[in-house]
Design a protein around this ligand. Structure first.
Ligand SMILES: [Zn+2]
Length: 449
């Protein structure tokens, strides 16, 4: 079905860099792609869907573990470390089955839609039953996530994750038995059972150099390469991982991944917090994308990763909400610049345009959706519309829409969301999941009962 949208303002590509245009007509065609973009078209014509506010490309959440949403609040009691946080996370992981994960992930992805996210990269390692038993469908948990995205009206790249060991040369612990396929060949056989759909694509992930023995990294890289699929990996989030890798292999995690063919233009390294100069060169020379998750990295006291240096060296940058301590793509974007300001005590490391691009075009490319994340003819008709008349966004002139979106707006300012030409959020209300807070409350409460 073709639909025409009229946006009061839209952030559009331009030869000299993106600009905010007004009265923008965007017509879409069957298949949910953009057929025509006309700025300065005058008042909203009858028959067009009126979108008041600033239209930007739908945001890509390039790194998610949906079930971590159940930890919100719980892990803020007392202190602890990344590793004690992980113990709490495992308790929730043990409580999930395909039905309860479908309910939880539907609610989480609906929260994402309300925040302006139109595509999620789900870094999925919760494959098997508690204790490691196989479900009748060995991909029952992954299928639940694909179905959850459909119910919430967003796109998903299921990054099926290989997770085999608890550390270098150590067997999985009891909670980790759910994650393990035994070896990378068995992981590949199971992952082959996952098929793409209109709203879903399949990628691969190496959980980390801790969780996949070095001699099996190549199997996963080869699987992704044969399918030209995205390949993601957690990298150097904690110095303890670097220390253990140096002890086991005498090289940094980045060097280990490079030596086993894991880095490359379809690869995303998630976090990349603690890197050497050589690591930065290896990542840039291989055109590896860096996925920064600033709200999680600050929540877990990881440190501030060298995003600016990596980007200057040539790495594309994407953004993810990871543990979902908050789900707000605009908060992730501004944190990249604001973290750098605190570290350097200087301003102006990232422009608002560059940060919006990280959340849209580069994020989608990292998830294997290169035809999304831009408002142009032929691209997927995925938009997010921010209110410019809220208490947070009223005041700045519309030509500063990108600056307002990145440095002042929040998820609460998302008014409309369109995915593939279909309106998923209208006037701040999800059109497919009627009561998202109740869906979150009930699906999380079910895990504790
Ligand atoms: Zn993660």
């Amino acid at each position: 079905m073709s639909v025409t949208f009229w946006a009061q303002y839209a952030w559009l590509p331009h030869v000299n860099g993106p600009v905010v245009e007004r009265d923008v007509l965007i017509s879409t065609v069957d298949g949910g792609r953009i057929a025509k973009v006309t700025p300065d078209s005058g008042p909203c014509p009858s028959g067009a869907v009126r979108l008041e506010g600033l239209l930007v490309p739908g945001q890509a959440n390039a790194h998610s573990h949906a079930f971590h949403r159940a930890l919100r609040g719980t892990v803020q009691v007392g202190s602890g470390t990344f590793w004690t946080w992980r113990d709490t996370m495992y308790k929730f992981a043990c409580a999930l089955d395909p039905d309860s994960y479908l309910a939880l992930a539907t609610a989480v992805y609906a929260e994402m839609a309300l925040a302006g996210i139109t595509a999620v990269g789900e870094f999925h390692y919760l494959h098997h039953a508690p204790g490691g038993g196989r479900y009748d469908d060995p991909n029952a948990m992954g299928e639940a996530l694909i179905e959850a995205a459909a119910r919430a009206g967003i796109r998903i790249t299921l990054l099926d994750t290989c997770y085999l060991s608890s550390g270098f040369g150590t067997e999985p612990t009891k909670p980790q038995l759910r994650f393990s396929d035994g070896d990378a060949d068995a992981w590949a056989v199971r992952a082959d059972g996952l098929k793409p759909r209109e709203h879903a694509r399949i990628g691969a992930a190496v959980h980390s150099v801790r969780a996949v023995p070095a001699d099996q990294l190549g199997t996963i890289a080869h699987w992704a390469s044969m399918r030209r699929a995205p390949l993601h990996v957690h990298l150097s989030e904690q110095t303890a991982e670097n220390d253990a890798c140096l002890t086991a292999h005498g090289v940094t995690p980045t060097r280990l991944l490079a030596d086993h063919g894991v880095l490359g233009p379809r690869t995303s390294a998630v976090h990349a917090t603690h890197l050497t100069d050589e690591d930065i060169r290896l990542l840039a020379d291989s055109s590896t994308t860096i996925c920064m998750c600033p709200t999680t990295e600050r929540d877990l006291a990881d440190g501030i990763g060298p995003a600016r240096r990596l980007a200057s060296a040539g790495c594309p940058v994407s953004l993810g909400s990871d543990s979902h301590a908050v789900i707000d793509p605009f908060e992730e974007a501004r944190a990249l610049e604001l973290n750098e300001r605190l570290r350097t005590r200087t301003r102006g490391h990232w422009t608002a345009n560059a940060l919006l691009r990280a959340g849209s075009e580069d994020g989608h490319a990292s998830l294997g959706w290169p035809e999304a994340g831009r408002i142009e003819v032929g691209a997927l008709a995925d938009f997010t519309v921010l209110a410019l008349d809220s208490v947070r966004t009223a005041g700045p002139p519309a030509r500063l829409g990108a600056e307002t979106a990145v440095f002042a707006a929040s998820a609460a300012d998302v008014r409309h969301v369109v995915v593939g030409g279909r309106q998923v959020v209208r006037d701040g209300v999800h059109q497919l999941v009627p009561d998202v807070p109740a869906a979150l409350r009930d699906s999380i409460a079910a895990l504790s009962s």
